[in-house]
Design a protein around this ligand. Structure first.
Ligand SMILES: Nc1ncnc2c1ncn2[C@@H]1O[C@H](COP(=O)(O)OP(=O)(O)OP(=O)(O)O)[C@@H](O)[C@H]1O
Ligand SMILES: [Mg+2]
Length: 284
């Protein structure tokens, strides 16, 4: 749990089953999100991560079970960057301001609203991009614009769908630091990610989802071979490096025919892609 987290529940799902048309996507899901928590939802493609975020956000009805929401809870939902039309002709400032004025035309934005937008852009370190067209932003900058829009409502809970998909390692660190900082200041965050090592292993709580909740807890407990295999239906190894779990894809191709002139190698049977260059102890 994050230092700022406590047991005050913001949102809770009990026995939630839901889906699209007749097919259930989530089955009997129990999940409670508390004030100040930082939670990562992981699972294979199609596991229901986005669906779970939609249920938490209240934008999807459930077929069975209950959704509890703390009265007056302020939350914001940040969709995947890829799902947005970035060629829409607005600047960063206008794009963020539009979230603030809720459909009123921009010229009528008040001085206070404009000041608030400027403050949020500065907080996210994109104040100097205010007049830039949103089309001309990098993936990390686009993500900041999204977060800026979300923060304007001063949410207590931020729901984010794959905030680091498609960004390089430096931007991933940047986004993670930014989210960590917001969480330190009391914002509860629930995000989905495909990045087990770069994101999930760094979070205080990880939920492994594949239609059902397969595991829920600290990464050290949840990122285990057993839980991951049940979540992904694929075999994975988990090593520990610097006290952190490191998940290794243990996919092996069929052994190639040995080359007649090859020198014997002590690890000839190991997949080179499956061995990170770390001195690590294996975990069960
Ligand atoms: N609007 C929709 N209408 C019908 N089926 C949908 C809809 N959205 C998602 N699904 C289906 O629900 C299942 C879960 O989808 P969801 O988007 O929640 O998965 P996900 O875990 O977010 O996957 P990914 O990692 O690819 O984003 C998938 O089988 C998907 O095809
Ligand atoms: Mg998704």
């Amino acid at each position: 749990m994050s230092p700022a987290a406590d047991r005050h529940e913001l949102l809770g799902l009990s026995g939630v089953t839901c889906g699209y048309a007749s097919e259930a996507v989530l089955v009997d899901v129990d999940l409670a999100i508390h004030r100040g928590e930082f939670v990562g939802i992981v699972g294979p493609s199609g596991a229901g991560k986005t669906t779970a975020l939609r249920v938490l956000a209240g934008s999807m009805r459930v077929a069975h079970g209950t959704v509890r929401r703390h009265p007056g809870l302020r939350m914001a939902y940040v969709p995947q960057v890829e799902t947005i039309n970035w060629s829409f002709p607005v600047t960063v400032r206008e794009c963020v301001l539009m979230a603030r004025v809720h459909g009123r035309r921009l010229p009528w934005a008040s001085r206070a609203e404009r000041a608030q937008v400027a403050a949020v852009l500065a907080q996210l370190d994109i104040g100097d991009l205010a007049d830039r067209h949103i089309r001309e932003l990098s993936g990390g900058q686009q993500q900041r614009v999204f977060i800026a829009r979300a923060l304007l409502g001063e949410p207590e809970l931020l729901l984010m769908d794959e905030p680091t998909s498609g960004v390089d390692v430096r931007l991933r660190h940047e986004i993670l630091h930014l989210l960590d900082d917001l969480n330190d200041h009391g914002l509860a965050i629930v995000l989905s990610t495909h990045d087990l090592n770069g994101i999930a292993a760094h979070l205080p709580r990880v939920v492994c989802l594949n239609r059902r909740v397969i595991g829920d807890g600290v990464p050290h407990d949840v990122l285990s071979t057993d839980v991951l295999e049940r979540t992904y239906g694929a075999s994975m190894e988990v090593l520990v490096h610097g006290g952190m779990p490191v998940v290794v894809d243990s996919f092996r191709r069929h052994a190639p025919h040995p080359h007649p002139h090859a020198h014997p190698h002590p690890h000839a049977d190991a997949d080179p892609h499956a061995e990170p260059h770390v001195h690590s102890e294996a975990r069960p």
